[in-house]
Design a binder for this molecule. Sequence first.
Ligand code: MEV
Length: 438
Amino acid sequence: MTKAISGFSKLTKEEKINWIASNHFSNATEATQIIKKYWNSDTELQKLHDEFIENTITNFYLPLGVAPNFTINDKSYTIPFVVEESSVVAAASKSAKFWDSRGGFKATVLNTEKIGQVHFIYKGDKQKLTTFFATIQPKFFTETESITKNMQKRGGGILDIVLKDKTAELDNYYQLHATFETKDSMGANFINSCLEQFAKTLKEEAQHFDSFTSEEKNITVVMSILSNYVPNCVVRAEVSCKVSDLAEKHIDNPEEFAEKFVQAVRIAEIEPYRAVTHNKGIMNGIDAVVLATGNDFRAVEAGIHAYASRNGQYSSLSHAKIENGIFTFWMDIPLALGTVGGLTSLHPMVKIALEMLGKPSAQELMQVVAVAGLAQNFAALRSLTTTGIQQGHMKMHLMNILNQFQANDDERKKVVKYFEKNTVTHSAVVDYLAEIRK
Ligand code: MEV
C-alpha cells in the first residue's frame, strides 16, 4: 500500500509526477514519459490549463469533431462535438443532412428561470416566521444590490423569493426558494453569491425581530446553494415532415418506418430500462456540445435526468406522433447554459467552438444543444428500427481496432474489404489481421 503523503499540493508539477510515477507504476520512466508527452510545448497555454484545476500533472485529450449541415430555425450551423465514442459525430451529421432536406430543425426556448435555495432550520411558531419573512423580504433585494447591479443592467436578476414550509417532510425545515434570470451566463456564481447574502440577512434580521423568542431568533442556516434542477429553463427541439417524405435509402416503406419509430419512442416512455438507454443516446449529443462549449455537463446531466423522472417514473425525454399523415418528433429539455463567464472566455478551444456556432446567446446555445440531442436520438432510433445499431457502430469500431494495431494502408484495405461480408467482432478483426500479417 502507498503511504499517505502530506503537502502534495505544495509540490511542483515535476515533483508530483515523480511521486506518482515511483508510487503507482511498475515502469516509472515510461509512465513519466507518457504523462509528459501530453504537455503542450506552448508554456503559456500549458500554464492556462494547469491552472483550471488543482494538482494538474498533464492534459487529457478528447477529440473535437464537427457535424456540418445543421439547419435550426432556418439558420445553418456546424456543430462542434467533444466526445470519445465513435459513431456519435457520424450519426449527428447523418441526421443533420436527413432533416436539412425536410425543413430542418425547429427550436424554441420555453423559459429561462434558474433556482436557488437557502435551507434553514427554525424551531418556533410558523405564523411568526411567515410574518417575519413578509417584513424582511424587501431587504433580500436591497442587501444584494451590489451583487445584482451588473446582472440587472443585462436584463437579469432576482425574480422572486418565497418562503417554503418543508416541516411535513423534515422537522423544522424551511427554505428560501428563489428564482433568477441570469441571461447569457449559467449563473452559478451569481446565484450562490445572492443566496449567501440572503442567508446572512435572514440570520441577522431574525436577531432583531421583536416577536421572536430567543430560540426563534436562533435560525440555523444549513446551506445556501443553487439547484441544478431547472424545470423552468426549458427548450423544445422538433422535426416534422409528411410521413411519405421520410422515404430514404434504408426506409423503403416510410409508413411502416414512422409507425415503428413511434412505437420505439412509446416503449421508452413507459419502460425505464429502455428509457435510460434511449436518453443516453440523447445525452451523447447533448454532453458533447455542452463540453465543447465549456459548459458544466454534470449539472446538465443531473438536471435532465431529474426532469426525465418528474412524473414519478424515469421516462423518455423525446416524443413522437403521426397525425394527419405528418410525422413529428420532439423533445423538451431543461438546460442551464452560459455563453459568457466560466470557461467560455478562458479556454481557447471553447472560444473556437462558440465562434464556430456564431457566438450564440445562451438561449441560442440551448437550441443548438437540444437539437444535437434530438438529432442523436433520431439517428439511434432510425438505426435500431431498421438496420440495427451494430452495422454502423462496428464499422467505426473496426477503424479503432485497426488504429490500435497500427495497421498500414494495405492491411486496412484488406481488412475493410473482408469485413464488408463478415461480421465485425474484436476477436475476428484481430485474428484476420494476424492472418494477413503472417
Ligand atoms: C449508444 O451510445 C446509444 C444508443 O444505445 C442509444 C439508443 O439505444 O437509443 C444507440
